[in-house]
Design a protein around this ligand. Structure first.
Ligand code: FES
Length: 112
């Protein structure tokens, strides 16, 4: 797992990215979206597992899911699964607050 610092603190991250916000990061070779829902912060691969649309252009619904902008499939931010099992799970990444900042972890198998 390679860790990328995205904000100097959790508080700063929530300031810059209020609830409902989605911010795209390039972490190594991976496009990762940080999503701030009412349930917390989640890091997901930007590419939708269905046909690759950018989930950073999607919307968050009241069920803590992200809705893809292309075909409106919805994915659980907590578990990554599509809500009606229409396609494979989206790729999720851990978000961790460390002493010196807020980090997203990207597994080596996703970062070549
Ligand atoms: S590309 Fe996301 S639902 Fe089709």
């Amino acid at each position: 797992m390679k860790w990328f610092k995205v904000f100097p603190s959790l508080i700063k991250g929530k300031d810059v990215l209020p609830v409902g916000g989605i911010q795209l990061f390039l972490l190594g070779s991976r496009k990762v979206s940080l999503v701030h829902s009412t349930q917390g912060l989640y890091a997901i691969d930007d590419a939708c597992p269905h046909q690759g649309a950018p989930l950073s252009k999607g919307k968050i619904n009241h069920r803590n899911e992200i809705i893809c902008p292309l075909h409106s499939y919805c994915f659980s931010l907590e578990f990554g699964n599509e809500c009606e099992q229409k396609t494979q799970d989206m790729i999720t990444h851990p978000v961790v607050e460390k002493e010196d900042g807020l980090y997203i972890g990207v597994h080596e198998k996703y970062n070549t």
